[in-house]
Each structure stands twice: as C-alpha cells, then as structure tokens.
Design a protein around this ligand. Structure first.
Ligand code: SDX
Length: 428
C-alpha cells in the first residue's frame, strides 16, 4: 500500500503522496498542495526541500557516503581516472575500453579554442579573478557555436557541445592563468592525457621542455574525480534552474561557475588557504582561531568546515587529507600550513561547539594544500573546483532536459505593503 502524508488545514484534510527513492529516501510530493488547499510550503535555503529526483549521485550526510551512479567515491578515486568518471556521470555507466578511447580521442580533438577568444582574454585586466574570466569565456562559446542555442538540438549535437565544453574548459582555464601572469599561452598537446595536458598548458614555457610529474598527474586526477558531482548543491541547482528555461548548456554552466565562486561554496578552497596563511602570519595559534569561529560577534568562520548535508566526515575530505600527506611527501615539501590545518581539525573535532553542530572538515579544507603543492596559484583553486565539477553540471543539465522538467519558478510569501494609492511628490 503506497504511503501518503495527511495535512490538515483549517479543519480540512489533504493527502499528499510519498515518493521513495532507490536508497529508501522518502519525500512528500506536494505538487497538488496549492491547487487543493491554496497553501504553499516555505523552506529558506531549501534545507528540507527536494527540487527533483535524480539517478546521478547519491550521498548520505549522516553516514558520510558518496556514490557516482552507484560506485563508491573511494573506489573511483583509487581505481578510475577523471575522463572515465566524466563518462560515467554523463552517460550513466562505466565505458568499455573502446567507448573510453573514443570519448578521450574526441575530447583531445576539441581542446583548441577559436583564436578570437584570445582577444576576449586580452581584454581582461591582468588583475581579473580567473573565475570571472572562466564564466565569461564559457558563456562566449555560445557566440562561437550559435547552434548550441537551439533548445531542440539532436543528441549528436548535444554530445558535441558536451565534448567541446569538457575539452575547452581546461584550455580556457590555463590560458586565463597565463594571461594573469603576463606569460605566453601554451597550446594543448593532444598526445597527452587530460590532466597532463592541463599541467603542460599551465606550467610549460616555450623556452624549455616541461617534464610531467606522474605524482602530480595522479593527485590532479584524484582531486578532479572527488569534485566531479555532488547532487543538488548550490551551483548544480543553478545549472539546472538556468537550463530549465531552455538556456544552452554553455549559458547554464557559465551561471553555475558564478554560483560556485561564492566563498560559502566552491570559493571556500581559496578562503581556507588564505585563512591558514593568516593564522600562520599571526603566530600559528590555532586555539585563538577556534575561539574566534565560535564567537557569534566575530564574523570569522572556520573555512573548509561545516556542510549543509554532511553531518559526519565529508568522505572526500578523508581521501584528500590522505592524498595531501602522500603528495607533499612524494614532492619533498614540508608545508607549515598543513600542520596548522591538522591542528585546527584536531582542536575543532574535540570542541563541543563544533561537535554539537556536527561541523567537520569538508572537501575544501585540505584540497588547497595539494593544489598549492603542485603549483596551482591560490586564486585558481576555485577554477580547479569548476574543472572537476563540470562533468556533474553537464550530467545534471542533461538529466533535467531528458526528463523534460518544467521551468523552475519557486513561489513566495509576500510580506510587503498592502494596496495603497500613489502619492504625488509635493504631498510626500
Ligand atoms: C561546498 O552543498 C554542497 O554539496 C557543497 C559542496 C559541493 O561539493 O558542491 O560540498 C562544496 O560548498 C563545501 C562547503 C564549503 N564552504 C565552507 O567551508 C564555508 C564554511 N562553512 C559554512 O559557512 C557552512 O558550514 C556552510 C555554508 C557550508 C553550511 O551552512 P548551513 O548548512 O546553512 O549551516 P549554518 O550556516 O546554518 O550553520 C549552522 C551552525 C551555525 O551556528 P548557530 O547559528 O546554530 O549557533 O553552525 C555554525 C553556524 O554559525 N557554523 C560554523 C561554520 N559553519 C557553520 N561556525 C564556524 N565555522 C564554520 N565553518
């Protein structure tokens, strides 16, 4: 017998069906609530509200579980690579060897960007934040590929837009970095794999050979996999909402990049390193900053701590913390801010304020330490998050379109002035 929720309003009873997912998550489907009762629900920040059903990513915040299309993140981080995970998220299954080869080859063949894009890039001041450049240049793909604006694209045309986006974002990201330091850009080398090609474009100089370090490639693969999707987070919800208006994939992802930029979301990885460096510069007293984070009158927050959904360890943080130790050891780096990060974590996890609020390190707490160790500049950290999250945004946009979801348009409860007549200016 199917379950239902009974809502009694002004003495009348309304029954709403219960929806149950494949992992036994339950939701009350209130689609008919307003039509039946005139009431809507209210849930600021959507802390208790599901926007959709989705078959892409499952996470359990209480258990600290994260799976992409059913595969545990721990196994994918250990055994897979970023392009294979991108295929899995977007097309729903692990590719055969031939499928993966074809997918990788197609991506390689689309890494070049239109040379006019360099003119747009040159128009940005060298002090521009790379997230602003990335969002603008991804949106500019609609100008170079106007056919992508057609909401009724065929599957082949959508697949080509997906390939172009996956291929060109790494070139655009690397070029925005080179532009910011006044260095010549590096063109992609299609004989290299995705991560090696990105590192080459970021760090090679035309004056000398650039040696790819396998330790760095492995660390980058792992970080991009761990960031690839995270169900209905702020930026993914933005991509789905913009896409629900039949906006193109490029426009929807450009909006998602802007949402990710926020320091409470993807911008936290940059904020964590800036916080750790500030603590180091202030003498490295972790306990002082734990107290600041607890002080309601102090705007300071422990960046990289807390999560809307995880009320246990963020499984990604566990993997990244281990990888940080491995990468710094392999590269022979002794970074004092890693020590400060571990002291902060230790202090917070034993402090009632954090324990009561179930605040644990999230994906952003340790990721910046690895990015820093492999030479990524701090203001590029959130760009790295966007590079990783792109397959998830694409998969979610594609799912929303294939499910023919209606345009997203939330309701509100009006609390402003009731009707009143216009007052001419001399009488105000
Ligand atoms: C990401 O959603 C996703 O899936 C996101 C993400 C993804 O993969 O897409 O996982 C990526 O965005 C990770 C989060 C990165 N952000 C940060 O690290 C910024 C610092 N953390 C926060 O500001 C906060 O924890 C949020 C924004 C992440 C979550 O905020 P919530 O769920 O709205 O919780 P809240 O702000 O209501 O906090 C609950 C309580 C409050 O105290 P009280 O009012 O109950 O006394 O916890 C406190 C907050 O003040 N609190 C913190 C804190 N985070 C929450 N106190 C100190 N330091 C912190 N970091």
């Amino acid at each position: 017998m199917s379950e239902f929720a009974e809502i009694i309003l002004e003495g009348k009873s309304y029954q709403m069906p219960v929806v149950e997912g494949s992992e036994n998550e339950k939701a009350i489907d209130i689609a008919s609530l307003r039509a039946q009762s005139g009431y809507i629900t209210l849930d600021s920040g959507y802390k208790n509200t599901g926007a959709t059903t989705s078959a892409i990513t499952f996470l359990d915040g209480e258990q600290g579980i994260l799976r992409y299309r059913g595969y545990p993140i721990e196994q994918l981080a250990e055994k897979s690579n970023f392009i294979e995970v991108a295929y899995l998220l977007i097309y729903g299954s692990l590719p055969t060897e031939q499928e993966l080869q074809d997918f990788s080859d197609r991506i390689r063949r689309h890494t070049l960007v239109n040379e006019d894009m360099r003119k747009i890039l040159d128009g940005f001041p060298s002090t521009s934040h790379p997230m602003g450049i990335l969002s603008a240049l991804i949106s500019s793909l609609t100008a170079f590929y106007p056919e992508s604006l057609n909401p009724n694209q065929s599957q082949e045309e959508v697949d080509l837009s997906i390939i172009r986006l996956l291929a060109k974002i790494s070139t655009i990201a690397a070029w925005s970095y080179k532009n910011s330091i006044g260095h010549p850009v590096n063109y992609p080398k299609n004989k290299l794999d995705y991560c090696s090609n990105f590192l080459h474009m970021m760090f090679a100089y035309p004056t000398e050979d650039y040696e790819i370090n396998p330790v760095v490639v492995d660390a980058l693969n792992k970080l991009l996999i761990l960031h690839a999707d995270h169900e209905q987070n702020c930026s993914t919800s933005t991509v789905r909402l913009v896409g629900s208006a039949n906006a193109s994939l490029y426009s929807s992802v450009s909006a998602g990049i802007s949402a990710l930029w926020g320091p409470l979301h993807g911008g936290a990885n940059q904020a964590v390193i800036e916080m750790l460096e500030a603590i180091k510069a202030d003498g490295g007293d972790s306990k002082k900053y734990i107290e600041k984070a607890k002080d309601k009158d102090d705007p300071f927050r422990l960046m990289g701590f807390g999560h809307r959904v995880y009320k246990n360890f963020d499984p990604r943080a566990k993997i990244i913390k281990k990888a940080a130790d491995e990468v710094l050891t392999a590269l022979g780096i002794n970074d004092p801010i890693l020590t400060i990060a571990k002291e902060l974590e230790e202090a917070a996890l034993n402090d009632p304020y954090f324990v009561e609020r179930k605040l644990y390190p999230n994906v952003d707490f340790y990721s910046g330490i690895i990015y820093r160790a492999i030479g990524i500049p701090t203001d590029m950290f959130t760009v790295m998050f966007a590079l990783g999250r792109l397959p998830g945004w694409i998969a979610q946009w594609k799912e929303m379109r294939e499910n023919k979801e209606p345009i997203g348009r939330p309701r509100q409860v009006y609390t402003g002035a009731t009707e009143r007549d216009y007052v001419s200016i001399e009488k105000r």
